[in-house]
Design a protein around this ligand. Structure first.
Ligand code: BF8
Length: 646
């Protein structure tokens, strides 16, 4: 542990951090330094606060206490803490999805006109997949049915959630069933984890971990639901071309950042902004209203409207430091409570919108689905007022921008591939994997973490894998990292892709009239949209007549930080994927837990964790996992060195 060599690989972020120092404003990086050295018991998962006889701490070196007051051992404490994190992540994703289901239901009942489905085809396709009738029924009836089916997935039932049953391959369901890891319901399993981890319930680390995997599968259901419902209500994303990074802020525009996760709010703000451009211009903003995105709300509006992403996760405070941001509108999750403090000197309005997510010092304008358009207009008015107040004050906007092509939903990918083979769209992808032009696929997911120079792991790993012909997908803050460094562009394909990958991306791009390759990394959306990658993997697995756990597909969360990311990483493993983590999760205090998650689980589910903080070694291990899968399918394999020169 120590001071990072550099806080961020993003030059715009570095400029803003220098500005923060000049102005004496604290950011996440400063607060991290203030925390050092961090508590070793917490870091290794060996601190238990589950009852008031504690906190108990277990000595990782065996010299001090070997059990807590109740007798809980290191293995029990570490496993309990880990699966509580999974439950928290699941609660967050599923709260987001439940909110979407409720909005769809309100629309179907005539109470929330702003949420009329923009994609009736997807509505009917999801309904059919869920086993609901669609023929001869109105959109309202089908929507009500889909919303109620979704809401039913939360309660305890005799069968797993519909969003698990109808999306995972049968082999996956059977493997999870054998392990006892199929959840009876989303809320039910969150509640079960809280129960089994309280004092004096489950003390068996392996049984606890199985309970955690069950929770993670519930998280997968919630994520898939979040993707499906957002696509139904707001439209299935298709490719958009835009710019990323702080350089898109404009001194002469009303700059409004949309931050958080749930598109319920940001979508109505996007609509309100398009209707209120004139109002901004009348207030003196020659550039009108300029919307920008932060974190996963940023991803949602990026892929549906081309709203430029400007910051992610650890760098969310930096847009305020430009002095040009008039409002930051937040919903929930990954929103730092520090924002109003940073905003104090700049006049930026921090606007919270969710009853359950207020921040002292922010302006609170609660979102109600029934009256969302009026609230969105009120938000824009506040931003315009802030612009009027800041006019004439100096701003410091870094010049950096990068070109971004984003919005590769499953449907878009299949449509793009169908230009090469209309009768069998997956054939070109499968044939190129089999033939070795594409060695395998890596899904980059997860956050930035102040313990890693921002974006460094993403860039280093992706650069190594690209030159070795690995097809790459990205979501969440990982996608934001690639966006800010130009990796979501065709130029990056020309610069970094190995010959096989370049040929495939170029063939698809040209068949789709792009006159060049697809981007080096395909942006699939927000963190809940990791479900899109599972859909692609499940379709390819079906085409090859195998289960997902035999595909040369790996997940990587090289800079993860949140409990949500732990939940997603665990369901990636449950789906059968080797899953790389670029930081040590808080499990080092238990050899039993480490062995179970990095080794034994492979025999049961095919997936397993690879923990490797060094990005170059990580790339090598990810590539080795791909090659192991290729060998298992009887496909030609390449060594790390050989692949570099291919
Ligand atoms: O849900 S990647 S820091 S913003 S948790 Fe949060 Fe992590 Fe970013 Fe999106 Ni996902």
């Amino acid at each position: 542990m120590g001071q990072p060599v550099m806080e961020s690989m993003d030059p715009a972020a570095r400029e803003m951090l220098a500005e923060a120092r000049v102005k004496g404003i604290e950011t996440a990086w400063d607060r991290y330094q203030d925390q050092l050295p961090q508590c070793g018991f917490g870091e290794t998962g060996l601190c238990c606060r589950n009852c008031v006889q504690g906190p108990c701490r277990i000595d990782p070196f065996g010299d001090g206490p070997r059990a807590g007051v109740c007798g809980a051992t290191a293995d029990t404490v570490v496993a309990r803490n880990l699966i509580r994190a999974i439950a928290a992540g699941t609660a967050a994703h599923s709260g987001h999805s439940k909110h979407l289901a409720q909005a769809l239901k309100k629309w179907a009942l005539g109470r929330a006109g702003a949420y009329a489905p923009q994609d009736e085809n997807k509505l009917r396709a999801v309904a059919r997949r869920l086993g609901r009738a669609t023929d001869g029924r109105t959109a309202e009836d089908v929507a009500l049915d889909v919303a109620e089916t979704a809401l039913k997935d939360y309660a305890e039932s005799d069968e797993p959630p519909a969003f698990v049953r109808t999306t995972l391959p049968r082999g996956r369901l059977e493997a999870l069933g054998r392990l006892g890891a199929l959840p009876p319901g989303i809320d039910a399993v969150v509640s079960e984890i809280m129960h089994r981890t309280t004092l004096g319930v489950d003390a068996d680390p392996v049984n606890l971990l199985i309970g955690g995997i069950k929770g993670a599968v519930a998280d997968y259901a919630a994520c898939h639901m979040g993707t499906d419902l957002a696509d139904i209500i707001f439209g299935v994303p298709s490719p958009v071309v835009t710019q990323a990074n702080l350089g898109v802020l404009r001194e002469d525009a009303v700059n409004v950042a949309l931050h958080g996760h749930n598109p319920l709010l940001s979508e109505v703000v996007v609509r309100a902004a398009s209707e209120m451009q004139d109002e901004a211009v009348r207030a003196g903003a020659r550039g009108g209203l300029n919307l920008v995105g932060v974190c996963c709300t940023g991803n949602e509006v990026l892929m549906r409207h081309g709203v430029p992403p400007i910051a992610n996760s650890v760098s969310q405070e930096l847009p305020i430091l430009t002095g040009a941001l008039d409002a930051m509108v937040v919903d929930y999750q990954c929103v730092y409570p520090s924002l109003p403090t940073v905003a104090e000197c700049f006049g930026t309005r921090i606007i919270t919108t969710m009853e359950m997510a207020k921040i002292p010092g922010a302006t609170h304008l609660p979102l109600a689905e029934e009256t969302a358009p009026e609230q969105a207009r009120e938000i824009i008015k506040l931003a315009i007022q802030a612009f009027v107040e800041r006019r004439g004050r100096p701003v410091t906007i870094p010049r950096h921008t990068s070109r971004v092509v984003a919005g590769f939903s499953t449907e878009t990918l299949v449509a793009a591939l169908s230009k090469l083979n209309a009768a069998d769209p997956l054939a070109p992808l499968v044939e190129n994997i089999v033939g070795g032009n594409i060695q395998g696929v890596v899904l980059f997911a997860g956050c930035n973490n102040v313990k890693v120079p921002q974006d460094a792991n993403y860039l280093a790993i992706a650069t190594e894998l690209a030159r070795r012909d690995v097809l790459m997908l990205a979501t969440g803050c990982g996608a934001g990292a690639f966006a800010r460094h130009g990796f979501l562009s065709p130029d990056a394909t020309r610069e970094h892709a190995g010959p096989g990958l370049k040929a495939v991306l170029t063939a698809i791009g040209e068949a789709n009239g792009l006159g060049g390759p697809l981007p080096l990394v395909l942006h699939m959306g927000s963190c809940v949209d990791n479900s899109r990658a599972v859909d692609v993997a499940a379709a390819v697995a079906a085409r090859l007549q195998v289960d997902i756990d035999r595909l040369p597909v790996v997940a990587s969360a090289p800079e993860f930080k949140t409990e949500k990311a732990i939940a997603i990483g665990t369901w990636a493993v449950a789906c059968g994927l080797p899953t790389h983590l670029g930081l040590f999760p808080p499990v080092l205090g238990s050899q039993t837990v480490i062995k179970a998650l990095t080794g034994e689980i492979k025999n049961m589910l095919g997936g397993y964790f690879i923990v490797e903080p060094d990005p170059l070694k990580a790339a090598e291990k990810i590539f080795a996992a791909i090659q192991e899968r290729r060998a298992g399918l009887g496909l030609a394999v390449r060594s790390w060195e050989e692949a570099r020169c291919a």
